[in-house]
Design a protein around this ligand. Structure first.
Ligand code: CAA
Length: 285
């Protein structure tokens, strides 16, 4: 089943990126967030991403105009009632997710598939907040969504084969690679990536090397496109901390203890690029 009308809940960097790739593939896309300002920021990010693609001939002006025309926005979650496929991309807060999935279950068509772009929270738990757990699944995109090829498909305990197949098919239609992973804390990508980032923060905390040296070490020493501290700022330090806490609580192993320096930065509101300060300072934010 290829959806006719897709809903994206959350217009942050992930939500906007997901809306962009859905619309790029001809799907009518409705993006919902709580404020007009958030929607405007999301649309702005989509426009500037499209402009970068046009500049390097990966998209024509006409395609850009058509893509933007396929995206409608709203501040009312009820506006998802026509959608047959919804992807939630709000903050990594379990209580909030349970609440919105219960709402989506009431609002959306009976046949609609409800996906979460959560980077670490249990899909089984999210699905249990609805009366259609067989149609709830994790569809985890990577940032920046228009460029990154991977989608993790996370099957909750009650997710049906049909739902898994529909998400795999859509992922392939979007030109991305689908991998199926088990519903365990952090799934596959963040189970591996976040302890690496956390360890980079410990390396800084213990005075082993400077921010720049840690990033150079991993860029030049392991051919990563971004150093781990640059990547942490890019993802958002609040998101990194939330994921480490899910790993720590969910797996009960002290090796996942979030670095105290990461906790302090989040307490200070130094959340990375989005707030203008993380491990680096970003001018003009
Ligand atoms: N839309 C369109 N184009 C974009 C873009 C966007 N959002 N972001 C970057 N680009 C383009 C740039 O215009 C540029 O194009 P040209 O090569 O034609 O000039 C190209 O991508 C490269 O960009 P930059 O020169 O600015 O920087 P870069 O070479 O470092 O590449 C990057 C940027 C692709 C993001 C690269 O650094 C990278 O792959 N970084 C790692 C990203 C990563 O690991 N993401 C996963 C994070 S984990 C996650 O998302 C899951 C989670 O749950 C936390």
């Amino acid at each position: 089943m290829v959806p006719q009308s897709v809903g994206i809940l959350g217009a942050g960097q992930m939500g906007a990126g997901i809306a962009q790739v859905m619309a790029a593939h001809g799907l009518r896309t409705r993006m919902v967030d709580v404020s007009l300002a958030a929607l405007e920021r999301g649309l702005g990010a989509i426009r500037s991403s499209c402009e970068r693609l046009v500049k390097k001939d990966a998209m024509s002006e006409v395609q850009k105009t058509e893509l933007l025309a396929r995206i409608t926005t709203s501040t009312h979650i009820q506006d998802f009632k026509e959608c047959d496929f919804v992807v939630e991309a709000i903050a990594e807060n379990v209580e909030l997710k349970l609440k919105v999935f219960a709402q989506l279950d009431e609002i959306c068509q009976k046949s609609a598939i409800l996906c979460s772009n959560t980077s670490s929270i249990s899909i089984t738990k999210i699905a249990a907040a609805t009366k259609r757990p067989q149609q709830v699944i994790g569809m985890h995109f990577m940032n920046p969504v228009p460029l990154m090829k991977l989608v993790e498909g996370i099957r909750g305990l009650q997710t049906s084969d049909e739902t898994l197949k529909a998400v795999r098919t859509l992922t392939e239609e979007l030109g991305k690679e689908f991998i199926e992973v088990k519903d365990m804390p952090g799934f596959a990508v963040n189970r591996i990536l976040m302890p690496m980032i956390n360890e980079a923060v410990y390396t800084l905390f213990e005075g082993i090397a400077s921010v720049a040296a840690i990033d150079q070490a991993m860029k030049l020493g392991t051919n990563q496109p971004m150093g781990p501290l640059t990547l942490a700022d890019f993802i958002g330090l609040d998101t990194c901390l939330a994921i480490m806490n899910v790993l720590y609580d969910g797996l009960g192993d002290s090796k996942y203890r979030p670095c105290p320096l990461l906790v302090k930065y989040v307490e200070a509101g130094w959340l990375g690029r989005k707030t203008g300060r993380g491990f680096y300072v970003y001018e003009g934010k």
